[in-house]
Design a protein around this ligand. Structure first.
Ligand SMILES: O=C(O)c1ccc[n+]([C@@H]2O[C@H](COP(=O)([O-])O)[C@@H](O)[C@H]2O)c1
Ligand SMILES: Cc1cc2nc[nH]c2cc1C
Length: 336
């Protein structure tokens, strides 16, 4: 099997033909929700989540039995500008840690019953420093999108996309600014923990990139200032839509990649929810721009899909109640 696109233009066309939720399943889930043994609305957002999930899965009584967490790792030429608190070799070292089961996302995936895979994308060939040249060629960004697309297991019933990439909060800030507008300072934060001088340097780097590249087209922004792991996340989120698999978005970098899809095709993120609000300063702004209310806000700023993996528990709770509870009639409980 191969990804069904070989150019950015073909990828754009696929986004334009994305499937919609099943209206009958959505209606059926809404009707069922109204009959369950609870006061109307008493399960709050869990009720909306269950109905949304049912629509995408095409059944009014869905289950979550096969969640998938997929982590993409990439290296960034822009690290040469001194934009991270950590050296670039940490990306490959953390990939080894994921493979040996020692990272936070290994534990969270296990805790919430998700299968986890990691894909390292050409770590020995960082993207070009986007203060002087486009980060990727079209062939490189398409390859990363294809790897992301193919990483999604069509048999899974929930997807979390996570990332690892020293320097990628600078890339994500530049992507967000390019596709959503605003100033470099609006989107630039401390990432792994840069000091004030580091933050000023990062902001200058993002401003320089915005001045250098023509990024009117969001997919061109992904190519010019994105990274391989951002492109792979975008490809995976698009593939999940193709397979009607709901997606939980993670933090700042994941949402910047998702913003590229949203700005390329209206409604491209309708099959996604925001798992959490990261402590990265601009994530709140990014979520607002995407129209997404985060499920959790725990001060995480780790990446790796960690906040989204935690939110698998919230979604599983919503579906367990929706599909497992009995109705007033079945229980012989008097309706109000
Ligand atoms: O998910 C987030 O919101 C998030 C916020 C800050 C940092 N990170 C992680 O930290 C790394 C990027 O930070 P930096 O400072 O190197 O740009 C990368 O591996 C991300 O997974 C992730
Ligand atoms: C140690 C470490 C772990 C990470 N996981 C995701 N991003 C990360 C960045 C660092 C520096």
């Amino acid at each position: 099997m191969q990804a069904p696109f070989t150019t950015l233009s073909e990828f754009r066309d696929i986004l334009g033909r994305a499937p919609q939720p099943d209206a009958a399943a959505t209606q059926g889930a809404q009707d069922r929700n109204g009959q369950l043994t609870k006061p109307p609305g008493a399960l709050g957002r869990l009720e909306d989540l269950a109905i949304w999930y049912a629509g995408w899965r095409g059944t009014d009584r869905p289950q979550i039995s096969a969640p998938q967490v997929v982590i993409f790792a990439g290296n960034h030429g822009v690290c040469a500008q001194g934009v991270s608190a950590f050296p670039a070799e940490v990306t490959a070292q953390m990939v080894a840690n994921f493979e040996h089961g020692g990272a936070a996302i290994n534990q969270l995936s296990k805790a919430f019953g998700a299968k986890m895979q990691v894909h390292a994308l050409s770590l020995d060939t960082p993207t070009a420093d986007f203060t002087t040249a486009p980060a990727m060629t079209e062939a490189e960004v398409v390859t990363a999108l294809q790897i992301g697309w193919m990483a999604v297991d069509p048999a899974s019933d929930l997807l979390v996309t996570g990332e690892m990439g020293i320097g990628n909060t600078t890339s994500a800030a530049a992507v967000a600014a390019a596709v959503l507008g605003g100033q470099a300072a609006d989107w630039t934060g401390r990432g792994t923990g840069v000091d004030d001088a580091g933050l000023a340097r990062k902001t200058d780097v993002v401003a320089k990139a915005l001045a250098l590249h023509n990024m009117d087209d969001p997919l061109e922004a992904l190519r010019c200032v994105g990274g391989r792991e951002l492109a792979a996340m975008a490809g995976a989120i698009a593939a999940a839509r193709h397979h009607r698999i709901p997606v939980i978005l993670d933090g700042f970098i994941c949402c910047a990649a998702a913003a590229v899809l949203a700005k390329t095709s209206d409604g491209a993120l309708d099959h996604t929810v925001a798992g959490h609000q990261s402590a990265e300063a601009a994530h709140a702004r990014l979520l607002h721009a995407l129209g997404k209310e985060p499920l959790l806000n725990l001060g995480l700023r780790l990446g790796e899909g960690s906040g989204a993996a935690l939110a698998i528990g919230v979604l599983k709770g919503a579906i367990a109640c929706h599909s497992g509870m009995v109705t007033f009639a079945e229980a012989g409980v008097s309706a109000g």
